[in-house]
Design a protein around this ligand. Structure first.
Ligand code: ADP
Length: 267
């Protein structure tokens, strides 16, 4: 089983203030997936400009103090949920046009968080889809949260990867982003940043700052935290640049040494 994440920075124009698809990247990646070989595949995609601008505008996930704030957040919840669902529709349609049996799985319809971490999610349906040869496609979404002071939260694609990894124990986890992997510092800010081949703990890095664009799920730092906790239970992952031709295809086909490998110290 392979779990593949397509970053919001790759399939959308992440710096756009309104939802904007990167159609060229999406189609190319869909073709690469359809040209590669795998047995079971789950795809998780980020929200990019379909989610972050709204999540930020309505500060979803922040403490709710008044009834007025609650009403405003509920509206923001609906708007964000619908927008990321639209992106998911475009992704699934594109995958299907390339011959991939993509089925949409809406996180907000079955995931509940507590203090912004997944508290409950029944994966039986996903397993059933996999058994039948479908490719389930999940995505960063707004979800209900059991913490009374926040009530609603943003569930990042990266946290979904962590949860699915832990529960389904895939053979490989591949993350496609808009950078070549993890650098010793943000490569978008520091031209002299150097790519790190293997990361076994957060101490390996000088800094993993936020993305510089609007990203309420913490950018590369948050991603790395999720992946390191997977590595601790023996599930390795690979971060690579999905903006470059054929890297997603090569990674699915099992090629090593592309991007950054995140693995446990013990191994
Ligand atoms: P995605 O949308 O692909 O899931 P994010 O935009 O959340 O990814 O995070 C990737 C971004 O994180 C990169 O575009 C880069 O600007 C930023 N970043 C910050 N620190 C680092 C680092 N040390 N190495 C690589 N990228 C970093």
């Amino acid at each position: 089983m392979i779990i593949l994440k397509l970053g919001g920075s790759v399939i959308t124009r992440k710096d756009s203030a309104t939802p904007l698809l990167d159609h060229e990247n999406l189609s190319r990646i869909a073709k690469e997936i359809s040209d590669s070989s795998y047995d079971e595949l789950i795809i998780v995609h980020g929200a990019g400009s379909f989610g972050h601008p709204y999540a930020k505008e309505y500060s979803i996930g922040e403490k709710i103090e008044t009834e007025e704030e609650l009403q405003k957040k509920k509206l923001g919840f609906c708007i964000t949920q619908n927008s990321v669902k639209n992106l998911n529709s475009l992704v699934c349609e594109n995958l299907r046009e390339h011959g991939i049996l993509a089925v949409s799985i809406q996180p907000s319809s079955f995931v509940v968080t507590k203090n912004k971490r997944i508290y409950h999610a029944n994966l039986d349906l996903i397993k059933k889809y996999l058994d039948l040869g479908f490719v389930p496609v999940l995505y960063g979404d707004t979800v209900l949260d059991l913490d009374e002071s926040i009530k609603m939260a943003i569930l990042s694609g990266d946290q979904i990867i962590n949860y699915l990894g832990e529960k389904l124990k895939p053979n490989r986890v591949i993350l496609g982003s808009d950078v070549d992997g993890i650098y010793d510092k943000n490569p978008k800010k520091y031209p002299d940043a150097e790519l790190v081949q293997v990361v076994t703990s957060s101490e390996d890095l000088e800094s993993t700052e936020g993305t510089g664009t609007v990203d309420v799920t913490g950018g590369m730092g948050g991603k790395l935290k999720e992946l390191l906790s997977l590595a601790e239970i023996g599930i390795e992952s690979q971060i690579l640049n999905a903006g470059h031709d054929n890297l997603v295809k090569k990674a699915i086909n099992g090629e090593k040494g592309i991007g950054t490998l995140i693995k446990s110290k013990k191994k």
